[in-house]
Write a protein that binds this ligand. Structure first.
Ligand code: ATR
Length: 286
């Protein structure tokens, strides 16, 4: 029986085993998918176990998406651009296994975003990104693929946002579009934007409050019908999404992104594209 894992620390919250084992059963595949709590010094051992054939492949979650990169033999384009790996699979080359690090979060986000966000009007419209970590980088790349190339970034630590934007697009880097949380919000809420994405970890804990003045967004005529998107899927409704709904805006959580990233990982490992349907969506609510 082939063995697959999701690794992280913490890992308890992960719904990946539930979803992957469901698809494994549906497709009559002889495999099992488990979660594993790891420490950083165990990453290399795990990768060697894949090379030795003890494990077929694995998903990577916080805080190892970047740290796993040095143990990969090759990176996909999305993994290389985002500097983050969430899926590891192997290919046989000259009698040896080589590990490929891929990033299916980018695909998952693109598939889950309403078509309204696609093809921004002549580049005159952009996105507001909350946070400047690895998740923000992946979302900026994904939105870029959809035709959105202007970003305003707000982060608690402004330097980190500056560094991220300089790295992603040094030619078009504009310091005017980097904002300090709580200080620059007046200026930021006047940006013409189709979507605001929470890429921070604020919201993972039930009591987390997001320090945004939502009324400013409600009164911003430039951003009529702005979509509030949270990468978090558990809890299903974060403070960010709850308050977006209160001001009458569309609020979307990270559930469909999670499902679509898993669908692509499944395809890499089993060469089968599993169904995404209502049963799968409901499965994660149980
Ligand atoms: P990931 O790779 O998942 O993006 P990360 O690199 O640790 O994780 O980034 C987490 C993001 O959440 C960062 O933007 C972080 O802000 P800082 O750069 O200032 O650390 C943001 N974040 C985490 N906790 C926060 C909090 N309590 N208030 C505001 N932002 C927070």
């Amino acid at each position: 029986m082939k063995k697959f894992l999701v690794i992280g620390n913490p890992i308890e919250h992960s719904l990946s085993p539930k979803l992957h084992n469901y698809w494994i059963r549906k497709n009559n595949i002889d495999a099992i998918y488990e979660k594993k709590l790891l420490e950083e010094n165990e990453l290399e051992i795990l990768c060697n176990e894949v090379r030795e054939g003890k494990i077929e492949g694995f998903n990577v979650t916080v805080p190892f998406k970047e740290k796993i990169i040095k143990y990969m033999d090759t990176l996909s384009e999305d993994a290389s651009n985002s500097k983050a790996v969430n899926t590891v699979y192997k290919v046989s080359k000259n009698g040896e296994y080589k590990l490929i690090g891929d990033n299916t979060d980018i695909y998952g986000f693109k598939k889950s975003v309403p078509t309204l966000v696609h093809a921004a009007e002549g580049g005159s419209c952009g996105a507001i990104i909350l946070g400047a970590g690895g998740a923000s980088r992946a979302i900026i790349i994904a939105l870029g693929h959809l035709g959105i190339n202007t970003f305003a970034i707000i982060n608690r630590t402004k330097n980190r946002a500056t560094k991220l934007m300089q790295e992603i697009d040094p030619e078009n880097y504009d310091p005017e579009l980097i904002y300090n949380w709580c200080k620059d919000e007046d200026r930021m809420s006047m940006i013409k934007s189709k979507i605001i994405v929470n890429c921070t970890s604020l919201g993972l804990k039930k009591d987390d409050k997001i320090p945004l003045d939502f009324l400013k967004y409600k009164n911003n005529t430039l951003s009529k019908n702005i979509i509030f998107y949270d990468l978090i899927y558990n809890p299903a409704e974060t403070d960010f999404l709850k308050r977006a709904k209160e001001i009458g805006q569309e609020a979307i959580n990270g559930k469909m992104m999670f499902i679509y990233q898993a669908q692509q990982s499944f395809k890499r490992w089993h060469n089968v594209l599993p169904d995404v349907n209502q049963e799968v969506v409901d499965l994660l609510d149980d």
